[in-house]
Design a protein around this ligand. Structure first.
Ligand code: HEM
Length: 140
């Protein structure tokens, strides 16, 4: 049963990360598009649907199943899990920021240039790499 739960945790995490890596990329191109243009409006729809119907539900499922795994495996006091938990909270904060920028674009209030979102794009990438190593290798 534990392995089935873990399999669904990983499925939820993959869906969440797909959005966390793709949405900032959409922002990079959106920041270069002309406000009011057809392209600009299309990016709004893509971002809203990705954030609301894929990323947010996947994040909630990853958290709920992740916490179930903590109880099942009794991982509370494990060093790797404490470090992972802190990074998962940081990732969730970045998720919230991506939601904020999605609504900034939706209301034509984006003030950030492309370069800003290119840098933002690297943050979930680095967090994901460290989290996966912690969860799989359990170095401490
Ligand atoms: C959101 C809060 C999260 C919690 C509470 C959580 C908790 C856990 C727990 C307790 C395990 C079981 C460890 C084991 O049985 O070996 C696990 C496995 C795993 N988690 Fe998470 N996790 C979370 C988020 C994430 C994220 C964001 C990622 C990737 C970016 C991730 C990737 C993994 C992977 C790859 C495994 C399988 C490790 C293995 O079997 O070796 N988790 N998680």
């Amino acid at each position: 049963m534990y392995l089935w739960i873990k399999a669904f945790h990983i499925i939820a995490v993959i869906s969440w990360m797909a959005g966390m890596l793709y949405l900032p990329r959409l922002f990079v191109y959106h920041a270069a598009a002309k406000p009011g243009s057809e392209q600009y409006e299309t990016f709004k729809v893509m971002e809203r649907r990705l954030y609301r119907f894929i990323m947010t539900p996947a994040m909630i499922v990853a958290w709920v199943i992740g916490i179930a795994l903590v109880f099942e495996g009794q991982w509370f006091a494990s060093g790797w899990f404490i470090a992972k938990f802190i990074l998962a909270i940081a990732l969730t904060f970045v998720h919230g920021l991506l939601g904020h920028w999605t609504s900034q674009f939706a209301y034509d209030r984006n003030r950030h240039p492309q370069k800003f979102f290119r840098i933002v794009n690297e943050i979930p990438t680095v967090l994901m790499i460290v989290i996966v190593i912690l969860a799989t290798v359990k170095p401490f």
